[in-house]
Write a protein that binds this ligand. Structure first.
Ligand code: PAF
Length: 296
C-alpha cells in the first residue's frame, strides 16, 4: 500500500494467505474493496465489470480461477481457455490493482469437503442439465468472499441464474457484501460476450448468431402484444432450429425472481435458453417487460 492506501502497481497473488493479509491491510486502511470473480480469458464483458469496480471502489481485486467443482465430468474443464499473461495485461489496462490467481490446491487442499447449496434456485434451467454446477459456483464464490473480504462484488447479468443464486446466498447467509449485476456485453454481431465463444469455428459462429436473433424476435413479438409463452417459445425454437449446427438444450419462460416456469408474461418474464453449437454450450436470455431486478 502507498501512503494514501492505494496500491502502487498491479500485483499478482497466488497464495490464499497473502491475499487474506493484503485484504486485511486494505480494510484496516479504510479503503473500499471490490471483487470481480472470473475464470479468466477476459473479454469485453469482464472488462466492463472491472471498469465498474474501478468506479465504485478504492482497490479492485479480480480473481482468476477455473473452478473445477463447477464443471461436470464430461464438461470443458480441461479445454477451458487459460492465459494468465494475457489476462494480466488486459486487467492492468483497466486499472485493476490485484489479480488473485490461486491454484486448485490452494483453494481445495487435500481433505476439502464443505459445499454451499442454494437449493431451489439451483434446480431449473442450467441446474437441470448441469447437476452440481451451482453448488460449485456458490461454494467458490463464498470462499472468494471469505478470502478477499470485498465490500462489493460485481457479476455479469449474462449468467442470470448465477447472479440470482449469489444474491440469494448473500441474503440467506447474512454476508456483508453488496452484489452488483452489470448488463450483458454483446459483440458487434450481437453474440453475448463469453470466454466460450473462442471455441466456435467461423461456421459455428454464424450459426450461433441465431441465438441473439431469436431473442430479438421474441422481444419484438412481446412488444407487438404477444404475452403467451407458447408463441414466444415457438418463435425462438424455430429461429434457432433453422441452423444446422445448433441444438437447443432448453428454452423457457420463467418468473425472473423464482425461475419457475410461467404460461404468460404478466409484468416481467425471463426468457432464458441454453444452446449447443457444435460442441460449445452457450447461454443467453432476455427480460421481457424491462431489464428486471438484477441491475443496480
Ligand atoms: O461466472 C464465472 O466466471 C464463474 O462462475 C465464477 C462466478 C467466477 C465462479 O467460478
Amino acid at each position: 500500500l502507498s501512503r494514501g492506501g492505494a496500491l502502487l502497481s498491479m500485483r499478482v497473488i497466488r497464495a490464499v494467505g497473502e491475499m487474506r493479509q493484503l485484504a486485511e491491510e486494505i480494510r484496516s486502511a479504510g479503503r473500499r474493496l471490490a471483487l470481480v470473480p472470473t475464470m479468466g480469458w477476459f473479454h469485453e464483458g469482464h472488462l466492463s465489470l472491472m471498469r465498474e469496480a474501478r468506479r465504485r471502489a478504492d482497490v479492485v481485486v479480480v480473481s482468476v480461477f477455473v473452478n473445477p467443482i463447477q464443471f461436470g465430468p464430461r464438461e470443458d474443464y480441461d479445454r477451458y481457455p487459460r492465459d494468465l499473461e494475457r489476462d494480466r495485461r488486459l486487467a492492468e489496462g483497466v486499472g485493476v490493482d490485484v489479480l488473485f490467481a490461486p491454484s486448485v490446491e490452494e483453494m481445495y487442499p487435500r481433505g476439502y469437503q464443505t459445499f454451499v447449496e442454494v437449493a431451489e434456485l439451483s434446480r431449473p434451467l442450467c441446474g437441470q442439465a448441469r447437476p452440481g454446477h451451482f453448488r460449485g459456483v456458490a461454494t467458490v464464490v463464498l470462499k472468494l468472499f471469505n478470502i478477499v473480504r470485498p465490500h462489493l462484488a460485481i457479476f455479469g447479468q449474462k449468467d442470470y441464474q448465477q447472479l440470482l443464486i449469489v444474491r440469494r446466498m448473500v441474503e440467506d447467509l447474512n454476508l456483508d457484501v453488496e452484489v452488483v449485476g452489470m448488463p450483458t456485453v454483446r459483440e458487434p454481431d450481437g453474440l453475448a460476450a463469453s470466454s466460450r465463444n473462442s471455441y466456435l469455428s467461423p461456421a459455428e459462429r454464424r450459426a450461433a448468431l441465431s441465438i441473439p436473433r431469436a431473442l430479438q424476435r421474441a422481444q419484438r413479438l412481446y412488444q407487438e402484444g404477444t404475452r403467451e409463452a407458447r408463441p414466444l417459445l415457438k418463435e425462438v425454437r424455430r429461429t434457432i432450429e433453422a441452423e444446422d449446427l445448433t441444438e437447443i438444450e432448453y428454452v423457457r419462460l420463467c418468473d425472473p425472481q423464482t425461475l419457475q416456469e410461467v404460461e404468460r408474461v404478466d409484468r416481467q418474464a425471463l426468457l432464458a435458453l441454453a444452446v449447443w453449437v457444435g460442441t460449445t454450450r452457450l447461454i443467453d436470455h432476455v427480460i421481457l417487460g424491462g431489464e428486471g431486478p438484477c441491475s443496480g
